[in-house]
Design a protein around this ligand. Structure first.
Ligand code: KG4
Ligand code: ZN
Length: 344
């Protein structure tokens, strides 16, 4: 099966061609045109600008993905497109382009939930969880990015239950807002993690671990950002302690994410645990999660996506498309719509 994946949920215009055979998914091309340098100057993504950039880049990016994969449009079996959640004006560009191609090329189309796409980044190539075991359900996924922050229980392919989510800011959003407070620029996650690495020793800064002991599996990170603001307002020397603030801030987020994931893994008797979303690019989170799962749930299979499929990309969308196409979950191109609040 040859699948063209399309992704335009936020500020990345992306297209990918995937070849799927007996649940082995090979990425033949993975093209990403990032707008980070444009949005940087505003300290975050400006939706209107993002949409206009997608319009400019979407067709060349798709063409490049097909050329690089050495695949002709006629050879494609399915077009998979992330149609929500995300920025509505950005989603519309990808969704309407996919619908047009579906009609013009006479190919079936599948709308993919963007979060679902992140989850299926765990099923690609040599880094696929299926390389470790075929017996992975129920699977627990911690999916964390700029737009979402959830614990998802997956009973089978295409069957999900959200068991916890953020009540306010997502972890990635919190990284971005903290970086802004510290004057570090956008996107915040990579900069804060780079800074945090520079700190060696024991920190004297004490940030809260919000909701770490709550009985549910929900998260809340907006208070952490406010706590950071209060701390730096009190500290006249904070500009000389940026790595230490970044270290403590990053660790506060990691502590909460890991604690809740382990608790959920035990409660739901997960056979496997996966990490997904843009924040899964965080090397410290990856490292600590591997060891925490090993120590607390030694029989559980643990997987993290290859780094190149952590932040927004279209390979993950094509991967999700494969499992839906297998179940014949096709959409009607005339009815498929971009939906900024799409749920599972
Ligand atoms: O999945 P993604 O590319 O877009 C959304 O679906 O939101 O995630 C982007 C988010 C941003 O908030 C960014 O700061 C965060 O992921 N991020 C990171 C790292 N790389 C990206 N957060 C922490 N550490 C990183 N290394
Ligand atoms: Zn994303």
């Amino acid at each position: 099966m040859l699948i063209l994946g399309i992704e335009t949920s936020c500020d990345e215009t992306a297209a990918s061609v995937l070849e799927g055979k007996n649940n082995n998914l090979k990425i033949l091309s993975n093209i990403i045109s990032s707008q980070i340098n444009i949005h940087k100057q505003w300290g975050g993504v400006v939706p209107e600008i993002a949409a206009r950039e997608h319009v400019i880049h979407i067709l060349p990016v798709i063409e490049e993905a097909l050329t690089k994969a050495k695949v002709k449009k006629d050879d494609l079996n399915v077009i998979a497109v992330a149609n929500g959640p995300g920025l509505i004006t950005s989603l519309i560009v990808g969704t309407e382009t996919a619908k047009t191609l579906s009609y013009a090329w006479q190919k079936p189309i599948i709308g993919i939930n963007h979060v679902e796409g992140h989850i299926y980044a765990n099923f690609i190539g040599k880094d696929s969880i299926l390389e470790k075991s075929k017996n992975i359900f129920p699977a627990l996924i911690l999916t964390v990015s700029g737009g979402h922050n959830m614990l998802v229980l997956m009973k089978d392919y295409n069957e999900y239950k959200i068991i916890g989510e953020t009540r306010d800011d997502a972890a990635g959003e919190t990284f971005d807002k903290a970086a802004q407070l510290l004057g570090l620029g956008y996107p915040g996650g990579p900069i804060i993690s780079k800074m945090a690495k520079k700190f060696k020793g024991k920190t004297t800064i004490n940030l809260p671990r919000p909701m770490i002991n709550s009985k549910d599996f929900d998260f809340s990170f907006s208070g952490l950002k406010t706590a950071l603001l209060y701390e730096i307002e009190k500290d006249k020397n904070y500009k000389n302690r940026i790595p230490e603030y970044c270290y403590e801030f990053q660790q506060a987020i990691i502590d909460v994410l890991l604690h809740k994931t382990i608790k959920a893994g035990k409660k739901y008797k997960a056979k496997s645990i996966m990490l997904a979303g843009g924040v899964s690019a965080n090397l410290e989170l990856r490292k600590q999660m591997i060891s925490v799962v090993k120590n607390n749930l030694p029989d559980v299979i643990f997987n993290i996506p290859n780094l190149r499929y952590t932040t927004d990309n279209a390979a993950m969308v094509a991967s999700a498309g494969y499992w839906k196409a297998k179940d014949k979950k096709f959409d009607d191109w005339q009815k498929l719509k971009a939906n900024c609040n799409a749920k599972f």
